[in-house]
Design a protein around this ligand. Structure first.
Ligand code: Z5A
Length: 210
């Protein structure tokens, strides 16, 4: 049986890592083998690239360098983690994937979307999540949640308007692919969001299993 590829997307502090972990727990209880992973990351090489990308020392990084590095980390992640897991029939849950590149480097940084698309085809060879959960929240609430846990990295230092553009970018992506990208309002508490995510994934699995 071929595996299932699920991604979580959204702005910082939306609750992606929290909800990815809760969904992994739910699916394991249902007897599925689950690989929980994240971007940039998931492999030794991708984690080294992550460090470079998020370090406060990388302030002079050019936007195109940034774009290429996210794609480089993704190539390695797909090859070492995602593809083998899908082949084994596992469920892969990733905290971010290509939609983040379109939202951050495309809609927010302003790099041409066609260029991003071409690079994405090279990096992913057309691999797309079967289903994507877009956790939507207003920027101030998302950033405030992260501030509460004292999290700050290079991208979080961008101003509010940057994060607004990211959020709008995600909404546009969802509007363009409503079959794949499901928007979940995550201004609600953790448990309400968890139940909404589980409902969407359960319906998807039922449909898929016919
Ligand atoms: N990036 C990019 O530019 N291009 C790309 O192609 C890719 C990524 C793949 C990765 O950073 C950065 O890379 C990211 C985008 C960029 N930009 N930044 N900054 P990261 O992996 O370190 O961070 P993140 O992906 O943005 O995730 P995060 O900051 O860790 O947030 P989160 O995973 O969405 O949230 P969380 O950790 O689950 O929750 C944050 C806090 O809120 C925590 O205390 C929770 O308990 C709390 N929380 C969560 N949900 C709720 C609800 N519903 N109610 C109340 N409190 C909640």
């Amino acid at each position: 049986m071929k595996g299932i590829f699920i991604s979580f997307e959204g702005i910082e502090g939306a609750g992606k890592s929290t909800q990815a972990a809760l969904l992994a727990e739910y699916l394991k209880e249902k007897g599925r083998r689950v690989i929980q992973t994240m971007e940039p990351g998931g492999t030794k090489i991708s984690l080294k690239i992550r460090e470079l990308l998020l370090s406060l020392d990388s302030r002079e990084m050019d936007h195109v360098t940034e774009l290429l590095l996210y794609n480089a980390a993704r190539v390695q992640h797909i090859k070492e983690v995602i593809e083998p897991a899908i082949e084994r029939g596992d469920v892969v849950i990733t905290d971010r994937f290509s939609d983040s590149t379109f939202a951050y480097q495309g809609y927010a940084r302003g790099i041409d979307l066609e260029l991003i698309d071409s690079l994405d085809m090279i990096a992913t060879k057309g691999l797309r999540p079967d289903i994507t959960i877009l956790l939507d929240i207003d920027v101030k609430t998302g950033l405030a949640r992260n501030r509460e846990i004292n999290k700050s990295d290079r991208l979080e230092l961008e101003d509010i308007s940057f994060h607004e553009k990211v959020r709008e970018g995600f909404i546009r992506i969802a509007a363009g692919e409503p079959g794949r990208v499901k928007v979940v309002d995550c201004s609600e508490g953790l448990e309400v969001v968890r139940q909404n995510v589980v409902k969407i994934i359960s319906e998807f699995l039922e449909e898929r299993n016919g």
